[in-house]
Design a protein around this ligand. Structure first.
Ligand SMILES: C[N+](C)(C)CCCC[C@H](N)C(=O)O
Ligand SMILES: O=C(O)CCC(=O)C(=O)O
Length: 499
């Protein structure tokens, strides 16, 4: 490692005005208000413990770390191995370079009045504002070890807090906000914080926000069309009921394909409810919790008739549409029909966007009011109308398809009346994509083999039928599904690390 330069900093004497405000505690420090010279300790040969001098230096003296752009991204790219398959949130491809984030061996951690700069071996330097660092302290005083909730009073952090010392250790970076000097410095600039924080290198690298070093990697969705009939995803009832690993396989397939069958389920509502609750508690709605329904209009919705239903997603009238929906056909006697149809909404949207980007943009912007008002005692509407295609606010990926032409309310709010024709033209084009033979997966549900589908992605419908047809099932919220999917497919500690 290059012989480090000793860092000599002259801390400017502090304004006399702050002297009078000095508490007894700091009175003893008064003498240290004299200009102090702080020398960085010499870096140890293995760079494991390096003390960076307290720097109250003005930004002009900030020692910027020139990122060695020579560290090519190849050191980062390497062979990308998905750490945990399809983790939906802040998953990241673990490569050799960032499996164990490494501090640069050529540049030092530095900090100025506002931020700490952490230079990584991969040639990038993370900038962390001091207030952000202090607010994200992970010690048991600031971050409850059991509940993983912040205990720190964020609003008591001095606005211009800054470190006294920053120490690079083997496992991570230690920041000291305490110390005579900083008491003086911080006291002079605001309330003293007096704290010591430690941040593991992995944590810092994962949560680097300027720049972001980890990428949102969209789960590896497996798009499908009518060909999925050859081999639809399925799991065994016993596997799901006997272990979390079984639930992990089930939720992984739901996440990957957007639906999954469960084979060998006892043909009773009780067993079906027990099955769906292996994922999470049921989402209760104006249809009740666990539903057992037939074509008797007991609820004033066309699902409770024998009419054909075009492909749609359910509960577009909820601010937070149901995440999952399970259907189990318990019986169908004295009649026929009622085949189920599924369409992969993400695949259809991808095709639609490629073929007709203008129409895709229209259905990504025109907000569609929706409602469920058939029952006497409810008229469900979302807090705002939403478009058909809803994208993730951070990475921009399509995350939710809302499409139910039957539940659409009156569209009487148009910024530009010319959008009216644009909407109908786009909706017609979207419907054409959904109705394509290669988009449609038709399947007759059978007792003992319920299907569960991702209602944010997969559209469903049915053919008309006659006779007595009885289904049961339930909704599960998106957040409850994602929680169970993540925790049944990865180590809890990895999930917590990514928070
Ligand atoms: C599933 N279950 C039969 C209980 C309710 C069906 C609700 C159908 C409604 N039109 C929607 O699209 O949300
Ligand atoms: O009856 C069916 O097969 C499905 C009914 C339906 O589409 C719904 O409940 O949303």
């Amino acid at each position: 490692m290059a012989a480090p330069r000793s860092i000599t900093r002259i801390i400017k004497s502090l304004q006399s005005t702050s002297r009078n405000a000095c508490s007894d505690h700091h009175r003893r420090c008064r003498a240290s208000w004299l200009p102090a010279v702080v020398l960085a300790k010499r870096y140890s040969s293995n760079a494991a413990a390096a003390i960076v001098a307290a720097a109250a230096a003005s930004p002009s003296t900030e020692q910027t770390t020139t990122t060695s752009s020579s560290a090519t991204s190849s050191s980062v790219i390497g062979k990308q191995v998905q750490t945990t398959s399809d983790l939906p949130l802040k998953t990241y491809n673990v490569t050799k370079a960032d499996a164990r984030p490494k501090l640069s061996e050529h540049h030092k951690i530095t900090f100025d009045e506002k931020k700490t700069l952490v230079p990584w071996e991969e040639g990038k330097t993370s900038h962390f504002q001091h207030v952000w660092m202090r607010d994200h302290c992970q010690c048991s005083e600031c971050f409850h070890p059991e509940t993983k909730q912040r205990m720190l009073n964020t609003f008591a952090i001095p606005e211009n807090i800054q470190p006294d010392t920053v120490e690079a250790e083997e496992e991570g970076m230690k920041i000291k906000y305490a110390g005579v000097l900083s008491n003086v410095v911080l006291f002079a600039k605001g309330k003293n914080d007096g704290h010591e924080s430690f941040y593991a290198w992995e944590w810092l690298h994962l949560h680097s926000y300027n720049p972001r070093l980890e990428r949102y990697i969209s789960p590896q969705f497996k798009f499908w069309g009518s060909e999925i009939v050859e081999g639809p995803p399925e799991v065994r009832y016993e596997a799901v009921m006997e272990s979390d690993a079984g639930v992990g396989e089930w939720t992984r397939k739901i996440r990957k394909y957007g639906f999954c069958y469960v084979n060998g389920v006892p043909v009773t509502p009780e067993a079906t409810q027990e099955l769906v609750e292996r994922i999470s508690h049921i989402k209760h709605t104006h249809y009740g919790g666990f539903w057992d329904f037939t074509s008797d209009l007991s609820k004033k919705d066309t699902a409770y008739t024998s009419l054909a239903l075009g492909v749609h997603t359910d509960t577009t009238y909820f601010s937070d549409p149901a995440g999952l929906q399970l259907f189990h056909l318990l019986s169908h006697t004295d009649g026929s029909g009622g085949q189920s149809i599924l369409v992969d909404g993400f695949r259809a949207a991808k095709i639609f966007r490629e073929e007709n980007p203008t129409a895709y943009r229209v259905l990504s912007n025109v907000r569609i009011p929706s409602h469920s008002s058939g029952n006497q005692d409810s008229s469900i509407q979302p807090y705002a109308p939403f478009p058909v295609f809803n994208h993730h606010p951070v990475n921009g990926e399509l995350i939710l398809v809302r499409w139910n032409n039957d539940d659409r309310a009156t569209m009487d709010r148009w910024d530009d009346p010319a959008d009216v024709e644009r909407f109908y033209e786009a909706a017609r084009a979207w419907n054409d994509v959904l109705k394509r033979r290669e988009s449609e997966y038709w399947e007759q549900l059978v007792p003992g083999r319920p299907i569960i589908l991702d209602n944010w992605r997969v559209l469903h419908g049915r053919a008309a039928f006659d006779g007595k047809r009885r289904l049961c099932g339930a909704y599960i919220s998106r957040d409850d599904f994602m929680s169970r999917f993540v925790l049944s497919n990865s180590k809890r500690e990895d999930v917590l690390k990514a928070l």
